[in-house]
Design a protein around this ligand. Structure first.
Ligand SMILES: Cc1cc2nc3c(=O)[nH]c(=O)nc-3n(C[C@H](O)[C@H](O)[C@H](O)COP(=O)(O)O)c2cc1C
Ligand SMILES: C=C(O[C@@H]1CC(C(=O)O)=C[C@@H](OP(=O)(O)O)[C@H]1O)C(=O)O
Length: 388
């Protein structure tokens, strides 16, 4: 499977085309919209989230509630477009009315503004920020929701939660996948530890009052995966690498860990590797899951556990120094609106990109022309593993 997205933050819409989704997968628009709604929630978001009401339209590839095997086209409209029609118009505008007044000439430290302006030769940095904006994650969550519905057919579930915001870290909590999903839905910061969750909210409020922003750490867990998705044989087929790339492609994500991740550097091998056991029900299994479900670039049948680090939001009310590209003078940035912390929303985006990457690996392994073909291949593979 592959997908592309297009669309600007304040343009009319975001669009995605997904290719390679098997035919005959039941696809519910409501389930896609549920995921879109999850992404819009979360303590710390700015005023834009009160304007948007993300809902998907399916423009191709689905008929009577099922995929046809054709490319799927998804659309999410930007409600804010109504306020930006002139500024974002694809047709030429009168330079006296627009150019000097509305040009963005002041790059924000931490955003794509300056690098993109230089690279694409754009003296109006709006042409960069519109596309670098994480508004694009709305359509990626829609794409992930399609992938998730394919994974559901194989009883694979995905959940995510927030482990850290700024200096506040959640205590480790042992819960089932169902509990994880339920508890995180009820928490405004998608945190399993209620006490830490409250402190996270207080910290976000303080950062907002100070004109500052916060980052954090999110964790995504995928349960129910068979052994052998991905491959050890070529660098670009290793599933751990593909998951890391997917996570790092989320705006503001700066690091990824799988399983115990960086902690592995501090431990001896005997406290890192997961012993192999033969379970009557499950077959080959592991007594621990420090590898986070991946060895040799392949799933090992244990839950896949991926964490990502999000840096604090770059657009700050508390100004950082930058240089005006017209006057060449130093200025301190002032802004109109921004999120103070988007880590809870980003955990939903992380679930989406992990869902897509895993669904892609599932299609590769089991053939992806139709769901029936995939299911037959999957069942045959499970018997092979049982007998092995
Ligand atoms: C869900 C989400 C919401 C975001 N909201 C904002 C925001 O309101 N203001 C902002 O400056 N950056 C925001 N960002 C981060 C920027 O989009 C990101 O830092 C920027 O595109 C530069 O890319 P980089 O941080 O990956 O280098 C958000 C990121 C995510 C994932
Ligand atoms: C619109 C979304 O996030 C936006 C991501 C973003 C950025 O710079 O990444 C900047 C803000 O946009 P605006 O300047 O219009 O308020 C966020 O609101 C969204 O998540 O749907």
């Amino acid at each position: 499977m592959r997908y592309l997205t297009s669309g600007e933050s304040h343009g009319p819409q975001l669009t995605a085309i997904i290719e390679g989704v098997p035919a005959n997968v039941p696809l519910s628009i409501e389930k896609i919209n549920e995921q879109l709604l999850r992404r819009m929630k979360g303590h710390g978001r700015g005023r834009r989230m009160q304007i948007e009401k993300d809902q998907v339209q399916i423009a191709a590839g689905v008929r009577h509630g099922k995929t046809t095997g054709a490319p799927i086209c998804l659309v999410v409209e930007n409600k804010d477009w109504a306020h930006w029609e002139k500024i974002m118009s694809p047709s030429p505008v009168n330079p006296d009315e627009y150019e000097e007044k509305r040009r963005v000439a002041r790059p924000r430290p931490g955003h794509a503004d300056l690098n993109g302006a230089l690279k694409y030769n754009q003296r109006d940095m709006r042409n960069i920020l519109e596309r670098s904006s994480a508004r694009e994650t709305a359509i990626r969550v829609a794409v992930g929701a399609v992938a998730r519905q394919l994974l559901e057919q194989f009883d694979i579930t995905i959940g995510g939660h927030v482990l850290r915001i700024g200096e506040v870290e959640a205590k480790p909590v042992q819960v089932s996948m169902d509990e994880l999903i339920q508890i995180t839905e009820e928490s405004p910061v998608r945190c399993l530890d209620a006490e830490a969750g409250q402190r996270m909210m207080d910290l976000i409020d303080k950062a907002k009052a100070d004109g500052d922003s916060l980052g954090g750490i999110v964790e995504v867990i995928a349960d129910g995966l068979p052994i052998g998705l991905g491959s050890h044989v070529q660098w670009d087929r290793k599933l751990d690498g593909r998951l890391a790339q997917a996570m790092m492609s989320i705006q503001a994500f700066k690091g990824v860990e799988i399983g115990i991740g960086f902690e592995a550097a501090a431990r001896p091998g005997s406290q890192v590797h997961d012993e192999i056991v033969l379970d009557e029900q499950k077959g080959y299994a592991r007594s621990t899951n420090r590898a986070g479900g991946l060895e040799g670039g392949m799933t090992n049948g244990m839950p896949v556990v991926v964490r990502g680090v999000m840096k604090p939001i770059p657009t700050l009310y508390k100004p950082l120094k930058s240089v005006d590209i017209d006057t060449k003078e130093t200025f301190e940035a002032t802004i109109e609106r921004s999120d103070s912390c988007a880590v809870p929303a980003a955990s939903v985006v992380a679930e989406a990109v992990v869902s897509f990457t895993l669904a892609d690996a599932l299609c590769e392994k089991f053939g992806s022309d139709s769901l029936e073909e995939m299911k037959a291949n999957y069942a045959a593979y499970l018997s092979h593993i049982k007998e092995f």
